[in-house]
Design a protein around this ligand. Sequence first.
Ligand SMILES: Nc1ncnc2c1ncn2[C@@H]1O[C@H](COP(=O)(O)OP(=O)(O)O)[C@@H](O)[C@H]1O
Ligand SMILES: [Mg+2]
Length: 420
Amino acid sequence: MEKLLIHWDKKVVGTLFPHKRGRVQFQYSQKWLETQGLPISLSLPCQSEKHTPGISTAFFENLLPENNARSILAFNHRFDKKDTFAFLGHFGEDCAGALSILPDTQSPDFTPGQYEDITELLVEVLDRIKADPEKHQLFPEMKKARLSIAGAQDKLPVRIDKNRFYLPANSGSATTHIIKPASLYYPDIQKNEAFCMELALQAGIAVPCSQLLNIDGHEVFSIERYDRIQREKGLVIRIHQEDFCQALGIPANRKYQEKGGPGFIQCRQLTDEYLSLQGAEPRMNLIRVTLFNYLIGNHDAHGKNFSIIHGKDMIMAPFYDLLSTQVYPGLENKFAMSIGKTFRHDRIGERAFRLFAGDMKLRPRKFSDLMDTMIQTVSQCHEPLLSTHEEKYGASGIYQSLSVQIKKNIELLSRVRDAM
Ligand SMILES: Nc1ncnc2c1ncn2[C@@H]1O[C@H](COP(=O)(O)OP(=O)(O)O)[C@@H](O)[C@H]1O
Ligand SMILES: [Mg+2]
């Protein structure tokens, strides 16, 4: 494998060259620049010259799984964990957004609707994970999967059709959903995410459709991909997207603000600069989701959990990965991005929120209104929704923990609001 070709909707957008130590260098194709002229990232503007290895690697490495899944995949395929070039060559055919990445020696097959039914295999793998969760993970067990998805949690992009699960068999066939199994380390995390995503919807936050599925006794969280559009007869169109870290040229290992990742000021600047067609909405939505995250205790909203959809115009993507991390006592009580200057949940008071409102360029009065609405909606909705989920998906300690935590946070935020 000497070069990788990057395709965007059947057209070659550019070439990826290997650089030292598994890093990569991206160059747009001349034809793309002349005929389309769209950038694949705000951090990789259209230009004839090769982009630098640093900025190229930051963007492409952000498409890959992190942590354990990354280590297992590298081990299974006998390349180095940091070898971004090798990873993309093996797993780049179906990525987040519109890009499909293949070795230049391989001619892509863009026939749509070519999928392999993996339903039985999926059940076997979920059985294996249940029996020995330390040894097995969903994505690495799918030996034929030539796709990639970012993130720390175990997950698998799939196509779901009439309760059957499929993996793409060629470049023309994209996945349409992401599924996440239960976890040994975070009890009932799938229930937690399903509940929080639905609560977010009720709180007026734009989120993709998600639900819990039961696959032969295994409960998994399933979410529709907002970067895919399903047309007739299995034709799936890829929509381009990138996360905020990619847009800002920040590698995944620096996604947390304390490690050099984006904070709210940078996020706000990004939305002001590129999403201004939507007016103040992206900025307001960032504030709403942050208040929501405070209430549910989601400390993990880093720069890879906010995304931009690239189309004719650029728009803010719906929100995803909303779940309570605070209900798991082992996890840090710090937000991925500081509110004002404060990271620790228990130290965020009126002053921190005032600074935050300023960082987001919102008048205190208006901020107070947003806070009020969020407190009211979550107060009204969370208990009935917990009961609905408990009825639908069965009793679990997680519902009790969520109830206690959300009530506590509502009380804390109400005190802040009263003091503002
Ligand atoms: N509904 C979705 N549609 C499209 N892409 C998504 C969706 N949900 C997540 N992603 C992409 O997958 C990545 C990992 O998903 P996420 O839910 O954040 O998992 P993790 O908990 O491992 O961080 C995200 O960073 C985003 O790029
Ligand atoms: Mg995430």
